[in-house]
Design a protein around this ligand. Structure first.
Ligand code: PLP
Length: 374
């Protein structure tokens, strides 16, 4: 009987029982439209605002600064499409961004924007590479907080500081955006401490439901979305709010964030044990040391699709790359090359990713399977 071991949590996680219960309860008890002015609508609106306040407090941000969306891809689209209202300028993103961000460069170029990608040698964007790219017409800089391919943790604090220093001379404001999907609850992370202007988050990476996410905006009043039809979410995101999914997100996050440091430490121990296993098999690690404990990439002895199948035959789900897009393998190979990983290693890349429901026993079974296969 093959096992049923899931190690593709950077792609998506199982919904927790608490999230499922909150989802069902909210769908049943708060079915009114939060925009309706009758009692059922008002009840739903009150619940929506309660959930927003709770999520905001877990993220240590003001509740006026968060907007529920259908996921990180929409949050990102909202920020990048809002640029189309501005006089064209320059947008700089890193070479290792998720497709949800990178796919905006050709659109911006088409609309007369200059677009540039800052390199990320070894997986990390460096201030000395970003600084000379900043010009008076730069309007946006986008660097993800944690790579979904290798787990590399970017030094967002220093990058923001570099941008803020430059602003003092140019006297022009630059919007610093950080796709923070893989950082939420997985590393110590605070958008306010980092002084970033906008960030995207997604519920389904932290045992919440799919199709719900967040856009954080430091100064929402100066933000003009491409569409605000319906006027929901303070006019920043139109469309009837997905209240049960928001409740599921809140419940998942509450569970995830309680004693988060201890949970992260347990996952870090699993990560370390697997790193040792991989090293003892003579395989190359692709995740740098300064990575999220929740993601571990290594070069297997075979092309990744072969090794993924070998693991799958043993009942183990892992990923060949960043399996959260339909072109995951091509995308992650491109990103690994940008990081300076040799193409033969990138072709054999396996990504293991963990969640707080990953058990020590499952991790031990995975380690034995890797040893056996290698
Ligand atoms: N950004 C990163 C870094 C991701 O890992 C993902 C995962 O799919 C996304 C964006 C897209 O998130 P969502 O599925 O919520 O649109």
């Amino acid at each position: 009987m093959p096992m049923d071991l899931y190690f593709d949590n950077a792609a998506t996680t199982r919904m927790s029982e608490a999230a499922l219960e909150a989802y069902i309860r909210t769908e049943r008890d708060f079915f009114g439209n939060p925009s309706s002015v009758h009692a059922d609508g008002l009840k739903a609106k009150k619940e929506l605002e309660r959930l927003r306040a709770s999520v905001a407090s877990m993220l240590s941000v003001k509740k006026e600064c968060i907007f529920f969306t259908s996921g990180a891809t929409e949050s990102i689209a909202s920020v990048f499409s809002s640029l189309l209202f501005l006089e064209p300028g320059k947008a700089i993103i890193s070479r290792i961004e998720h497709e949800a961000v990178a796919s905006w460069l050709p659109i911006l170029s088409h609309h007369g924007w200059k677009t540039e990608e800052v390199k990320a040698k070894g997986g990390f964007v460096r201030c000395e590479d970003l600084e000379p790219m900043l010009t008076p017409d730069t309007k946006l800089v986008g660097v993800m907080a944690v790579s979904n391919v290798t787990g590399a943790i970017e030094d967002i604090a220093s990058l923001v500081r570099t941008v803020r220093e430059y602003e003092k001379t140019s006297r022009r404001r630059i919007f610093f955006f950080s796709d923070s999907v893989q950082a939420l609850g997985k590393i110590p992370y605070s958008v306010t401490d980092l002084d970033i202007d906008g960030a995207s988050f997604s519920a389904h990476k932290v045992n919440g439901p799919r199709g719900i996410g967040l856009l954080y905006l430091k100064n929402p009043s100066s933000f003009r979305p491409l569409s605000s039809a319906g006027g929901q979410e303070g006019g920043k995101r139109g469309g009837t709010e997905n209240l049960p999914a928001i409740a599921g997100f809140e419940a998942a996050l509450a569970e995830w964030m309680s004693d988060a440091a201890a949970k992260q430490a347990r996952i870090a121990a699993i990560n370390k044990m697997l790193r040792n296993t991989i090293a003892s098999c003579g395989l190359d690690m692709l995740s740098p040391e300064a990575s999220s404990p929740y993601i571990l990439s290594f070069a297997s002895p075979y092309p990744s699709e072969v090794f993924v199948r070998m693991l799958s035959d043993k009942g183990i789900s892992a990923s060949s790359g960043s399996a959260c897009s339909n072109n995951a393998k091509g995308e992650s190979e491109k990103i690994m090359q940008a990081m300076g990983i040799r193409s033969d290693k990138a072709r054999n890349a396996i990504r293991l990713s963990f969640s707080n429901d990953t058990s020590d026993e499952d991790a031990a079974a995975l380690a034995s399977a890797i040893k056996e296969l290698c």
